[in-house]
Ligand binder design. Structure first.
Ligand code: NAI
Length: 362
């Protein structure tokens, strides 16, 4: 069956990893008609925005997209394209499977967990008040008048909303995913001991949802700092982990680091109507345009996309090809930790050419 998928290459290494991803998907035998769309810093000059309406409309039409990373300036400038896309299309669930790939230089060889990150609220909601602004001063005065604590007058403020609705949606998603994928445990990570009305609410709702799955899926919870230590010491103890937005963002990179780095970590943003697949990593300006990027993360994101549209055999062919190239160790990019078994690093295009062969052999 043919499928139309929106492809947003994005900025930086997204251009290179997207081209590699298209080759890998073609080698898998999947029949994909790519509909190209633009987003990111590179299209501001042309559209006056990093996220043109045409791109949002394209995803609404095809309902499935795969995107490369988009650059977001730090501290100043426009807000993140990713955050805007996730909010506009209500892509409320961010799904990030993390798995050891033998030969990929990871610290552990027994990691098989899934990060489920709430994608629409928390400190990522983008509700911010600039230091010295009238709104910030009024907010500080209001909080003072409530007796809720005092904030220094020279503060900038970011708001952390966590709702029952979004928490219920994401925890339900995590449990449903665990049931569908034959997993056995969901862990909720939080800082409910300190932030009682936001993380506390998250934990309370997670416990309520967990009761509906009692006897089918185990549930436990971890305070986020203890969670980080446990992850580094023994990631094999985790199965599905559900997070509020910000902790999920940080934990994803931490988890990626345990299995070999950002070059290997795929992801998906899933809503009720649309799904946008993308690697965990950013646009990597330090290596962009140099044919050095590792396209594995975006290629594994494409495998998730193929599963999503029902092309499981093609998805599995891609994953088997990826396992084969890492097991062999002769054609790996420079980000992969070298061992005595791995040869000198190769370019993104040389990696892709070899991976295409491996996928075709499956
Ligand atoms: P980054 O993920 O782009 O890079 C961090 C480090 O990992 C760099 O040294 C980079 O070279 C390396 N790296 C990342 N992906 C790699 C790959 N596939 N192969 C080889 N090496 C790789 O994170 P950074 O530098 O913090 O962010 C750069 C830009 O990307 C920022 O503007 C940020 O806002 C944006 N970003 C976008 C995301 C998205 O669109 N989903 C996600 C994360 C960051």
């Amino acid at each position: 069956m043919r499928h139309t998928v929106t492809l947003i290459p994005g900025d930086g290494i997204g251009v290179e990893t997207s081209a590699a991803m298209q080759q890998a998907v073609a080698a898998s035998g999947a029949q994909i008609d790519w509909e190209m769309a633009e987003a990111g810093a590179a299209c501001i000059d042309r559209y006056g925005t990093p996220l043109p309406d045409e791109t949002i409309e394209a995803v609404r039409q095809t309902k499935v997209a795969i995107k490369g990373p988009c650059t977001t300036p730090v501290g100043t400038g426009f807000r993140s394209v990713n955050v805007a896309l996730r909010k506009t299309l209500d892509l409320y669930a961010n799904l990030r499977p993390v798995m050891s790939i033998p030969g990929a230089g990871g610290r552990y060889d027994d990691v098989d967990l899934v990060i489920v990150r709430e994608n629409t609220e928390d400190l990522y909601a983008g509700i911010e008040f600039e230091e010295g602004s009238k709104a910030a001063q009024e907010l500080i005065a209001f909080i003072d008048a409530q007796g809720a604590g005092s904030i220094r007058p020279d503060s900038g403020i970011s708001i952390k909303p966590i709702s029952v609705t979004a928490t219920r949606n994401i925890v339900q998603f995590a449990f449903d995913y665990a049931v569908r994928q034959g997993r056995h445990k969901v862990t909720a990570a939080h800082k409910a001991n300190i932030m009682k009305h936001s993380d506390g609410l998250f934990l309370h709702v997670a416990r309520e949802v967990a009761q509906e799955f009692e006897g089918k899926i185990d549930f436990d919870d971890k305070i986020i700092d203890a969670f980080c230590m446990s992850m580094v010491m023994d990631p094999s103890q985790f199965d599905v982990i559900v997070f509020p937005n910000l902790y999920g963002d940080i934990a994803s990179d931490l988890a990626a680091g345990l299995v070999g780095g950002l070059g290997l970590a795929p992801g998906a943003n899933i809503g009720h109507d649309c799904a946008v697949f993308e690697a965990v990593h950013g646009s990597a300006p330090d290596i962009a345009g140099k044919d050095l990027a590792n396209p594995t993360a975006q290629i594994l994101s494409a495998a998730m996309m193929l599963d999503h549209v029902g092309e499981h055999a093609c998805a599995e062919r891609i994953r088997a090809g990826v396992r084969a190239i890492y097991a062999e160790g002769t054609h790996l990019t420079g980000d992969i930790r070298r061992t005595e078994r791995t040869s000198a690093p190769v370019s993104c295009s040389a990696f892709t050419a070899e991976l295409v062969k491996k996928i075709e052999e499956q």
